[in-house]
Design a protein around this ligand. Structure first.
Ligand code: BG6
Length: 487
């Protein structure tokens, strides 16, 4: 007998962006510099497999002094700052139920350390939320999506320092108070587990604060601080907006063993801890037992304050938001194997999977498996807040853009989501990454496009910024209108 499964009524279909990848206007409206504003575009031929920056303060100062000759795409984004009305109207036309954006922390607190917020920054997001409301779109808002005020990074080493926890808590409380009637779905940190691979991007840590041999310990110290900051924000959110839902996001990555060899299977199991360490802490409210051994074996000492354990225990997430792009393969160390692509998690190649033009391994069934894993481990609602295919798009002479590859990717993932719902998973929604083309996080390029809406701009910021609809626009519109029935 075939089993009929459907998306629930009220399922939150939509798309996701981040402030530093769309807004631009990096020095307008009283905004301070953020860690993302000093990340440069890297020419394709200069890209190595690991292109994520981990600068020193000197390098940042040098970049700031010599910036006329460099390209910083995250400073101009796609100028959402000025185009938000037109963009949100297009999302409305797509039928969006929700739209994920992030607040640029440095727009609200330019240095991160101020007591009083920057009113112009707050007013900008008021306008954006009002525009969403006008179109019946529910905001889903991330507090820190791969950026913090640059000052906090240079002066404190970002979340490596305990002081930044309180600066973050102050920022969180400020925006909860301001937007309490407008925003009900919150995410504290984007992909919190990314800090293990990219400490500068995730936490603002710069080289100067830790000697190379202590880097692993520093990452877990910063992780602890972010987990405490997350708990403080959850506490504040529940007090200030009792009907809100707040979660902390992870990169949803599933690792397969390279072979049935028990040591490969164990390596895959251990690799899953890069995600589960974080979800265990913020969902169950305590450090998992396996970390004790990991810390002892790696000579890691994490400073915790009295009261931290209680704070973590008492303030857990309401739901688990996560991104999903690909799966990975793990093997015992001596096995080696060919590396696959990815922006943060570099893994071994899986011979059974196709990959994107950037080498990301496409695995829709992995999404169903992961949804079930999260569900069985935590029994909490889940939300896929990023998924999508970065691809080169070609504009035809008549202006049309045919992107069947994007529809194929998304369709195959939506099918598996539906299966997972049939398996009993409580899935709240799905926001595809970059519904409108935006600047890539890992390479700062425009050529890698995720959108249903094309933006006329090249890697160097040239172009009219004109928005146009790709074939996938009409397809996703139909998917939403049919609540996932017409794929
Ligand atoms: C996620 C990030 O890791 O992947 C986004 O949260 C990012 O910010 C997305 O843009 C896609 O990665 P990339 O490198 O293709 O932009």
């Amino acid at each position: 007998m075939t089993f009929q499964t459907k998306f629930p009524q009220g399922f939150l279909w939509g798309g996701a962006t981040s402030a530093n990848q769309v807004e631009g206007a990096y020095n307008l409206g009283g905004k301070g510099l953020s860690t993302a504003d000093v990340v440069e575009f890297v020419e394709p031929e200069d890209r190595t497999s690991m292109k994520i920056p981990f600068p020193s303060i000197d390098e940042i100062n040098h970049i700031l002094k010599t910036d006329e000759n460099r390209v910083f795409p995250k400073r101009f984004g796609i100028d959402f700052y000025h185009n938000y009305k037109e963009d949100i109207a297009l999302l409305k036309e797509l039928g969006f139920k929700t739209f994920r954006i992030s607040i640029g922390w440095a727009r609200i607190f330019p240095n991160g350390t101020e007591t009083e917020p920057n009113e112009e920054g707050l007013a900008f997001y008021d306008r954006v939320f009002d525009e969403m409301k006008k179109h019946g779109i529910e905001p889903l808002v991330t507090l820190s999506h791969y950026e913090i005020p640059l000052h906090l990074s240079k002066e404190y080493g970002g979340f490596y320092s305990r002081e930044v926890v309180d600066y973050f808590a102050h920022y969180a409380k400020t925006v909860f108070h301001r937007y309490k009637d407008k925003v009900k779905y919150w995410i504290t940190f984007n992909e919190i587990n990314s800090l293990l691979m990219a400490p500068y991007i995730g936490t603002g840590l710069v080289r100067d604060f830790v000697p190379e041999e202590k880097l692993l310990e520093a990452k877990y110290q910063a992780a602890h601080h972010q987990l405490v900051a997350n708990a403080k924000a959850i506490k504040a959110c529940h007090e200030i907006i009792p009907d809100a839902q707040i979660g902390c996001m992870v990169i949803g990555m599933i690792n397969y063993p390279m072979s049935p060899h028990p040591e490969d299977a164990f390596a895959a199991h251990q690799d899953m801890h890069k995600t589960f360490f974080f979800t265990d802490v913020f969902t169950r409210g305590a450090y998992p037992s396996y970390m004790k051994r990991f810390f002892a074996e790696n000579d890691i000492h994490v400073n915790m304050e009295i009261g931290d354990e209680k704070l973590l225990r008492d303030n857990t997430v309401d739901y688990i938001p996560f991104s999903y792009y690909m799966s990975g393969v793990s093997a015992r160390p001596e096995e080696g194997g060919e590396k696959a692509g990815g922006n943060l998690l570099s893994n071994l190649k899986n011979p059974y999977l196709d990959a994107s033009d950037w080498g990301w391994q496409i695995d829709p069934i992995g999404l169903r498996t992961l949804l079930n894993m999260f569900h069985e481990r935590y029994e909490k609602p889940l939300f896929i807040v990023e998924n999508g295919l970065g691809a080169f798009d070609k504009v035809e002479e008549d202006g049309s853009i045919h992107d069947p590859y994007r529809m194929d990717y998304l369709r195959s993932h939506i099918e598996q989501m539906k299966e997972a719902i049939g398996d009993g998973v409580d899935l709240w929604g799905y926001t595809t990454w970059g519904p409108i083309d935006l600047v890539s996080f890992s390479t700062s390029e425009m050529s890698k496009r995720y959108g249903f809406i094309y933006v006329d701009q090249d890697d160097y910021g040239n172009g009219s910024l004109k928005r146009s609809k790709k074939d996938s626009f009409y397809w996703y519109q139909k998917v939403i209108a049919s609540n996932g029935e017409d794929l």
